[in-house]
Design a protein around this ligand. Structure first.
Ligand code: PMP
Length: 457
């Protein structure tokens, strides 16, 4: 219970269903089943308003990588708040935490030869910035016809109109169409489900690259600004490409001068065992869209990084090149102060290394779930994994919500003290990168209970 300034009590449980729309769900479903209301966090655990503790197997939304309520991050935010909460970076003003963060990011991504950063307030903003910078790059270089985009089926790139236009799943698009013209989808190297029924990951990677090469020819390379892809597709169901795919992608795009935009919003800052996902495949993109793990979600922040090649377009003497793009909160001082403290933890605790070591243990243990009748595949890399739910293993037909099976799975996990997430027919795991082996064991204990209960429904 809390009170408004009008002194009338508000019951936050009923007020939520009555007044608040939640992302990615039919409002009627929230009214029918009130949400879990999280009140407090501590490391890899969170507590609801009744004080019940849960293991956070999803780091909230793939983003609270250093864990909840870390004093280092909180103190950095407080110290900044005591001096200055916010000052715009529009045109010719700036603030120290944003400047410090820009320098840190350039050092961190020196191997990828990143050269400049443009700040925003989240992942969708960062993608939008990437698309617009790619278009402006080609205009500045005298090739204005290069304005189309290619992305991959199942890809997720946020919800703004540009990001939705390159989304690879109709579920996120259909309610808002028509979207941006000139966006094309290529096949994704998804071994469990692909049009060729190819189960060999290396062969599938090549088939996808060949199909992409054809698509590029069809659209005409001179019309294509960039290809956008996630190093491991997250929301699409943790689709891990073969090691050869990203190097092959880079080579193919280079042949046609097409920019490579790596959507690092989930994979950035350690989740698959390297500081950026493209780096895990030994690839340097032209543009990287980042958010989430940049400051573990303590204050909203997005960042779009560009390499020397892209930045050079704005350096040409005598070419007017104003960036007519930007957000009120580009370079927000609190968000950047949180990021500076967060990235200190990422480096000092070697979170990419932990994601690689504990992640390997997690991937191994999760294979135990293959014993259940409705688990078709368990896959992942580092600290991201998906368990694909099917009606039966032979047909691979998706076991989709609403289903008593999924409800029991999620409900049992909650009552046993863990938050798990099912999106479509995929159970997604994306824990904080500070997860230990003991945390993995705890997650598995709950998952076995949840799957055993669901199989009895
Ligand atoms: N790209 C990817 C790969 C994402 O996973 C997400 C969010 N889950 C976004 C973009 C959009 O980020 P945001 O929700 O912060 O706008």
């Amino acid at each position: 219970m809390s009170t408004t300034s009008f002194d009338s009590p508000i019951d936050i449980r009923s007020a939520n269903a009555q007044h608040m729309y939640h992302p990615m769900i039919d409002p009627k479903a929230v009214q029918a089943a009130p949400p879990l209301i999280i009140d407090r966090g501590e490391g890899v655990h969170v507590y609801d308003i009744d004080g019940k503790r849960y293991l956070d197997t999803v780091a909230s939304l793939w983003n609270v990588n250093v864990g909840h309520n870390r004093p280092e991050v909180i103190n950095a935010i407080k110290a900044q708040l005591d001096k200055l909460a916010y000052y715009s970076t529009f045109q010719n003003t700036s603030n120290p935490p944003a400047i410090e963060l820009s320098a840190r990011l350039m050092r961190m991504f020196a191997p990828e030869k990143m050269n400049k950063v443009f700040f925003s307030s989240g992942g969708s903003d960062a993608v939008e910035t990437a698309l617009k910078l790619a278009r402006q790059y080609w205009k500045l270089n005298g090739q204005p016809d290069r304005h189309q985009f290619i992305s991959l089926k199942w890809g997720y790139h946020g919800v703004h109109f540009g990001g939705a236009s390159i989304n690879g799943n109709p579920m996120f698009r259909s309610a808002y169409e028509p979207l941006l013209p000139g966006c094309h989808l290529a096949e994704t190297p998804y071994t469990y489900r692909n049009p060729w029924n190819e189960t060999d990951p290396a062969k599938l990677a090549q088939l996808c690259l060949d199909q992409l090469a054809q698509l590029i020819e069809q659209v005409g390379p001179h019309n294509i600004a960039a290809l956008v892809a996630e190093p491991v597709q997250g929301a699409g169901g943790v689709i891990v490409p073969h090691d050869s795919y990203w190097p092959g992608l880079r080579q193919l795009l280079d042949q046609h001068g097409i920019l490579l935009i790596s959507d690092e919003i989930v994979t950035g800052f350690g989740r698959i065992g390297a500081m950026c996902g493209a780096g895990a495949w030994g690839v340097a993109p032209d543009i990287m869209a980042m958010a989430k793990g940049i400051n573990s979600g303590y204050v909203p922040l997005g960042a779009t990084l560009i390499n020397e090649r892209v930045a050079s377009a704005w350096d040409q003497p005598g070419v007017p090149a104003a960036l007519m793009h930007g957000y009120t909160y580009s370079g927000h001082a609190l968000a950047c102060a949180a990021a500076n403290a967060n990235l200190d933890i990422v480096a000092s605790e070697d979170l990419p290394g932990n994601a690689s070591r504990v992640g390997a243990y997690m991937q191994d243990k999760l294979q135990e779930l293959m014993a259940y009748a409705h688990v078709g595949e368990v896959r992942g890399k580092g600290m991201m994994a998906a368990v694909e739910l099917v009606t039966d293993k032979a047909s691979k037909a998706m076991l989709l919500p609403p289903s008593a099976y999924i409800q029991t799975l999620v409900g049992t996990a909650r009552s046993e003290g863990a938050i798990i997430r099912v999106q479509g027919n995929r159970l997604i795991l994306s824990p904080p990168l500070v997860f230990t082996r003991e945390n993995v064991d705890e997650a598995l204990r709950v998952l076995h209970l949840a799957f055993s209960a669901a199989e009895k429904v």
